[in-house]
Design a protein around this ligand. Sequence first.
Ligand SMILES: C[S@@+](CC[C@H](N)C(=O)[O-])C[C@H]1O[C@@H](n2cnc3c(N)ncnc32)[C@H](O)[C@@H]1O
Length: 243
Amino acid sequence: MTTTHFGFKTVDEHAKAAHVRGVFDAVASRYDVMNDLMSGGLHRLWKRYAITVANPQPGHRVLDIAGGTGDLALAFAPRVLPGGEVVHTDINEAMLREGRNRLLDAGVVLPTVVCDAERLPFPDGHFDIVTVAFGLRNMTHKELALQEMHRVLRAGGKLLVLEFSKVAPPLAKAYDWYTFQVVPRMGRLVAGDEHSYRYLAESIRMHPDQDTLSAMVREAGFGHVDCHNLTAGVVALHVGIKC
Ligand SMILES: C[S@@+](CC[C@H](N)C(=O)[O-])C[C@H]1O[C@@H](n2cnc3c(N)ncnc32)[C@H](O)[C@@H]1O
């Protein structure tokens, strides 16, 4: 049996995706309100920064992986449509349904595809921009997912990985207290689910730090890789260019 981690637990690697599915099935309907509460609205700024760095142009083809409730897809749509393409994808139907409903409420109709980032159902070299926000952390084979992202990008295309990362040491104690003590309680009160938000805190600790992830993006084939620390490393934006 090959094992991997699910938060701090060690699980059979074939079982991890089902555990992750359980988390997002449980939180889908309260996901957006929890994001705003937990981050004090900062996730909106982190995502806006990622969009600015992506620099989408009219006509661009954009793939949003692990797109969940659709924040990035919603922001890309007016910048690249009409003439371009935004494909909103996620492995989890409940999250994707929340996202599709939000997009429809905003008058935005996009292709919505249930798919695993580790096996993307898109041709080689199709997209100008590929994004994954707060999704890579949950994937079982991150290297495979990054290789798939590289495969579907055209030469010169841009990958943006927005993810929790390693916080600057002076903030570490306060950050531990907030993420391990406060966030799970918030999860219990607001989403009726403490465990999923404990998983969030644990999965952040198990995720590769800035330098390790930069090396992984390079290893996946990206010729140029940049890392932008946001909010003292609470989050990092990794940008990979397919050369
Ligand atoms: C924390 S949510 C992020 C949603 C959205 N991108 C955002 O930033 O608000 C993580 C998402 O990753 C998705 N996910 C986890 N593993 C995945 C995989 N292997 N392939 C595609 N999506 C995955 C989950 O279903 C979930 O919707």
